[in-house]
Design a protein around this ligand. Structure first.
Ligand code: PRX
Length: 641
């Protein structure tokens, strides 16, 4: 029934849209597929500034692709310098608001100066395009400044989300073999200080390769500064010039690696390069968010995830947008913080996650209803499937039945949005990400790679390379090839299940691998298991995602213990904290169940499918003939009652 409900775009929206009407979308799409070189070549030329033109639009040697081969470009230049010669020079790039209520308003000219000055600091310290930097910061303007300063000099960066623990930070520094760490004393979250420098110090004990740590002052609390290694950002900047030309870099020069969970315990560094990534981020700002020069745009994600990279930093700045940047939590000091921000800055476009929407729904309509939300004209959703009930609430209570909702499907690996409505063209169906964007050829296939019929569930693959796709896994091209390109040879395997309905709409159904999606954050079951078995009491652990009303999925861990007498209540809490220390608080299991044994196949593999069934349906119906000891399952299921 829900699939039958279709919301066509409002004529007023269509009249002003960047892409107006389905015919315009279809023509654009058709052209991108029939003549991709021409299509992307023209866009790259028109939408980005190049130091030197490319010789080939793309070179595809599956599974490795290069875009704009031989072209010279700089992402920082495109996000800043090129706007200075236009009316955008004194346009606000960021309205920043700290959680305690402090504010900053930064124009493109000012941001350019901040980035250039900090780039000069990095240059003076001897960092070059051969270096890699880890950035571990709160949501303050200096975070995009650090990223753009690195990009200006070709220093590849890897931002580590501030919610990650010292342990998680350490493995990322080591994997990247970074010489430079940029951090802050701390940041504010729910009125408490997140002490980032302390965590960085802890991580750095095992990172002898790090030569320098630059610390930005945010909270003003006292931190340890190691002489010879640590320096204050503001001290290094004293007397430094704000003139630092952006370096012409190869279009395929690495821009950043962002670590994300795979199906093993080891996170993978997803590598993105410069030209193609920037074009993807820029075009989707215009196509999907229908960005206009006068818009105030707010992506409420954290820059530490890919959403923040593409839709707080590179996409909006390259497109010359005015953005809101907010440091803290949506419930601080009260549950109307977001709506205060929307009305204060007259936000026109709001982009957030279904988890956030569901958390807001739970607090009641009175919070948004207290504020003037009439500036909003477009809403976006990302990170997980949006359930129709949350969609309807977002549409009615926040958008006042006036704002289209763009449900955007993409991944860390894809760099930018691949499947989403064009809001002035696509009739919406709540819960569907609708149609592919130009150049994107998705298909729903069976395990042999053959397309399945309309309405049938299958694996979502992408048949052709696109400009912003990942180039490899940092330091592990073999894993890149195996994980993404060998399941369905020649196609990019997304790891998601999907269905395409008779009207051609894509419905994304969730992961098909051992990856959970908790609050829109990707987390591998193995990662949590590896953390748990490090605890001295734990013999074995099996982790599955169980449905959760707010967070989409919640982490549920089945644990067997080593010999000894353990106080289960106490131990459950201890294990939860243990996982928080190993990975980060967001990975903390919602539930720990102690079991005598775990269900395994005869070859010793834990049957997670059964555990998933136990936590989802509270019964076991699937095929259990390969089980080593069937009684284990009946016992686990019986414990439900
Ligand atoms: O399962 C899909 C889900 O999030 C996964 C990608 O996670 P990550 O790389 O952390 O990036 C999240 C932000 C882009 C996908 O494989 N996902 C993301 N967006 C949607 C979604 N599932 C359904 N609908 C979406 N709009």
């Amino acid at each position: 029934m829900l699939e039958d409900r279709v919301y066509p775009p409002h004529p007023d929206f269509v009249a002003r849209a960047n892409v107006s009407g389905m015919e315009a979308y279809q023509a654009l799409y058709r052209r991108s597929i029939e003549t991709p070189e021409e299509f992307w070549g023209e866009l790259a030329e028109k939408e980005l500034a190049w130091f030197e033109k490319w010789s080939h639009v793309f070179e595809w040697h599956p599974p490795f692709v290069k875009w704009f081969v031989g072209g010279k470009i700089n992402a920082s230049y495109n996000c800043l310098d090129r706007h200075l010669a236009t009316h955008r020079a004194d346009k606000v790039a960021f309205y920043w608001e700290g959680e305690p209520g402090d504010e900053r308003r930064i124009t493109y000219r000012e941001l350019h100066a901040m980035v250039s000055r900090f780039a000069n600091v990095l240059k003076a310290r001897g960092f070059t395009s051969a270096d890699r930097a880890i950035i571990y910061m709160p949501m303050i303007p200096e975070l995009p400044v650090a990223m753009l300063a690195c990009a200006r000099l070709g220093i590849m960066h890897s931002v580590v989300f501030g919610g990650f623990s010292a342990e998680a930070l350490k493995t990322r520094i080591q994997d990247l073999d970074a010489r430079l760490v940029i951090t802050a004393d701390g940041g504010w979250r729910r009125a408490r200080e997140v002490r980032l420098k302390d965590a960085a110090d802890e991580a750095l004990k095992d990172c002898p390769g790090v030569r320098e740590v630059i610390v930005c002052r945010r909270t003003g609390s006292s931190v340890n500064m190691q002489p010879g290694r640590d320096s204050w950002w503001h001290e290094l900047e004293e007397g430094v010039s704000a003139d630092c030309p952006a370096l012409p870099l190869d279009a395929e020069h690495p821009l950043f690696a962002l670590y994300t969970s795979g199906t093993t315990g080891k996170p993978k560094g997803i590598l993105h390069t410069t030209g193609g990534y920037l074009l993807g981020a820029t075009m989707t700002m215009k196509w999907v968010f229908d960005l206009k020069d006068e818009d105030v745009y707010w992506c409420a994600a954290d820059i530490g995830w890919v959403t923040g990279h593409s839709y707080i930093v590179y996409g909006p700045l390259s497109a010359g947008a005015t953005s809101v940047l907010y440091e803290g939590a949506p419930d601080t000091p009260a549950w109307d913080r977001w709506w205060r921000i929307v009305s204060k800055y007259r936000v026109n476009i709001l982009y957030t996650s279904p988890t956030a929407i569901r958390a807001l729904i739970r607090q009641g309509e009175e919070w948004p209803n207290r504020h003037d939300l009439s500036s909003l004209r477009l809403l976006g959703s990302v990170g997980e499937p949006i359930n129709p009930a949350a969609w309807e609430w977002y549409y009615r209570v926040i958008g006042k039945e006036r704002c289209p909702i763009v449900d955007t499907w993409w991944q860390t690996e894809t760099g930018s949005i691949l499947i989403a409505p064009m809001p002035g063209a696509t009739p919406l169906k709540p819960g569907s990400a609708t149609f592919p964007l130009p150049g994107v050829v998705p298909e729903v296939v069976d395990f042999t790679g053959r397309p399945v019929e309309a309405g049938k569930e299958g694996y979502l693959v992408i048949r052709r390379p696109w400009p912003s796709m990942m180039r490899t896994i940092w330091g592990d091209p073999k894993r890149y090839e195996e994980q993404y390109w060998s399941r369905v040879p020649g196609s990019y395997f997304t790891g998601d299940a999907a269905r395409r309905d008779v009207d051609g709409y894509f419905w994304i159904l969730g992961r098909v691998d051992d990856v959970m999606n908790v609050s829109g954050h990707r987390l591998s079951t193995m990662e949590v298991e590896s953390a748990l078995v490090k605890h001295p009491a734990v013999a074995e652990a099996a982790v599955v995602g169980r449905p959760d009303e707010i967070t989409g999925q919640a982490v549920c861990a089945f644990v067997t213990l080593k010999q000894g007498t353990w106080d289960h209540d106490h131990l459950a809490d201890e294990l939860r904290e243990f996982v928080a220390r190993e990975i980060g608080k967001f990975a903390r299991p919602a539930e720990i169940r102690f079991a005598e044994a775990l269900p395994k196949t005869r070859s010793g593999k834990i049957m997670r499918r059964l555990l998933r069934e136990i936590v989802t349906t509270h019964t076991v119906t699937g095929d259990v003939t390969t089980l080593e000891d069937f009684t284990v399952v009946t016992r686990l299921a019986a414990e439900e009652d």
